[in-house]
Design a protein around this ligand. Structure first.
Ligand code: GLN
Length: 196
């Protein structure tokens, strides 16, 4: 069974743990950077990206997170987690972890629509995925190796670039675990490739 860590600094950590376990992998809440070494994949939850970045710096996570990405291990960023993964964030000079070739904009769906649900067609995952958006970002621009997986109102809300998966919404807040299953499969395939 593959081991999937859930970055446990902020956000819906427990819900992600449940989704990972329901998807047939072992889930671990990651509280310290050195715990990452044992993991085959990592989920960065939603929350508030600037707060999470402060906690990443406070607990000295940044070098280990970058190392995890350099090793080719899969990372799934949901909502604020997607913002943390992006190489560019609109309005900011520097990215956070800055590994996924996308430009994201924060709080893209307007203040009056702070949270809402929408049915998405996620390529290769589900045609009828009920997605929960909470002060969600969207992908403004995606690099040439990025596969767009879903759009909402013409805006990119889910994408994959090789080892990286990102989505604007909260897949852990419903009982539909198909996107988490998709990630767990990415983790299993990557592990298989690197151990043979
Ligand atoms: N708006 C938040 C941010 O910019 C993300 C919201 C979320 O993760 N639900 O970090």
């Amino acid at each position: 069974m593959v081991k999937v860590g859930v970055l446990g600094l902020q956000g819906a950590v427990r819900e992600h743990v449940r989704a990972v376990e329901a998807s047939g992998a072992e889930a671990y809440v990651i509280k310290w950077p050195e715990e990452l070494k044992e993991m085959d994949g990592l989920i960065i939850p939603g929350g508030e990206s600037t707060t999470m970045r402060k906690l990443i710096d406070k607990y000295h996570f940044m070098p280990e997170l970058k190392q995890f990405a350099t090793e080719g291990k899969p990372i799934f960023g949901t909502c604020a987690g997607l913002i943390l993964l992006a190489k560019e964030v609109v309005g900011y000079e520097e990215p956070h972890i800055g590994v996924m070739d996308v430009r994201v904009e924060r709080n893209s769906f307007g203040r009056q629509r702070e949270s809402f649900e929408a049915d998405l067609d996620i390529n290769g995952v589900a045609e009828d995925f009920s997605a929960v958006f909470i002060r969600a970002p969207h992908i403004v621009e995606a690099g040439e190796n990025v596969e767009v997986l879903a759009k909402h109102n013409g805006r990119i809300v889910a994408a994959r670039e090789g080892q990286f998966l990102g989505c604007s919404f909260h897949p852990e807040l419903t009982e539909d675990h198909r996107l988490t299953q998709f990630f767990v499969k990415m983790v299993a395939e990557t592990k298989e490739k690197t151990t043979v």
